[in-house]
Design a protein around this ligand. Structure first.
Ligand code: SF4
Ligand code: SF4
Length: 228
């Protein structure tokens, strides 16, 4: 389905929601949908001082989509404040995000989505493919949209957004290719190989700590070179 309108990060979009006052709808009963990128894990591990394995004890979990195993935020039930309702482990009793300053990318994005696209560009060296994405408002997602326009880059609040968008694009297409490769292996009955490459991917991009003193994107690019 093509979205009605696409936006760049420099555009204004009607996504104002009164600073989410009194609402935590998108932090509840989200199943496995809040999938985490290596950048999210770098942020969570460094700000919380907990390793990937420690986060796996209560805040995140692994889930398989199209044969690829990725981490997502864990929704846990039976809390004092929310009863049996499944809520994110980072949602506090006042209904606010306890890790707001370093919350994952998909949390920052809501109620926006990303529309990925490969454009063909004519260059002196022939046709070149440019991969990227634009934003769109996910219909009927946030119940509190009040019609106020907000600049998308301000909404996301991600430092060095251009670099982050390049990373998001690279990671999206990496996962897409990875999933296609896995589907072929599964068809060929290579289940053990699928398990092994999933474990290697998780180790390389998620479990292996990112150095705090160094730029995340530089470290990510180094790790991506394994697949060149
Ligand atoms: S559903 Fe909308 S108003 Fe509610 S917490 Fe999410 S973004 Fe904020
Ligand atoms: S990390 Fe924060 S914003 Fe994201 S789902 Fe959890 S409580 Fe909500």
């Amino acid at each position: 389905m093509t979205p009605d309108r696409l936006y760049t990060a420099r555009d204004m979009a009607k996504i104002g929601c009164d600073d989410c006052k009194g609402c935590s709808y998108c932090c509840q009963e989200m199943g496995e949908s809040v999938v985490l990128t290596p950048f999210d894990i770098c942020e969570l591990t460094q700000h919380l001082g907990r390793s990937f394995d420690e986060l796996m004890e209560d805040k995140i979990e692994l889930y398989m989509t199209d044969g690829m195993v990725l981490p997502n935020l864990k929704m846990s039930g039976e809390t004092k404040a929310y009863g049996s309702k499944e809520v994110c482990g980072f949602l506090n009793e006042e209904g606010r995000c306890s890790i707001h300053a370093f919350r994952p990318g998909l949390c920052r994005l809501f109620p926006l989505g990303r529309n990925y696209e490969i454009k063909q560009m004519e260059t002196e060296d022939g046709i070149k493919e440019i991969k990227g994405f634009q934003y769109f408002i996910v219909k009927d997602s946030c119940p509190n949209l009040n019609g106020t326009k907000v600049k998308i880059e301000k909404w996301l609040g991600i430092p060095n957004l251009k670099k982050n968008e390049e990373f998001i694009t690279t990671w999206h297409y990496f996962c897409k290719d990875f999933q296609e490769e896995i589907q072929e292996l599964l068809k060929a009955g290579e289940d053990d190989k699928v398990k092994k490459i999933n474990l290697s991917m998780l180790e390389l991009f998620y479990r292996k700590p990112y150095e705090k003193e160094r730029d995340f994107y530089e470290q990510f690019e180094e790790r991506m070179k394994v697949f060149d």
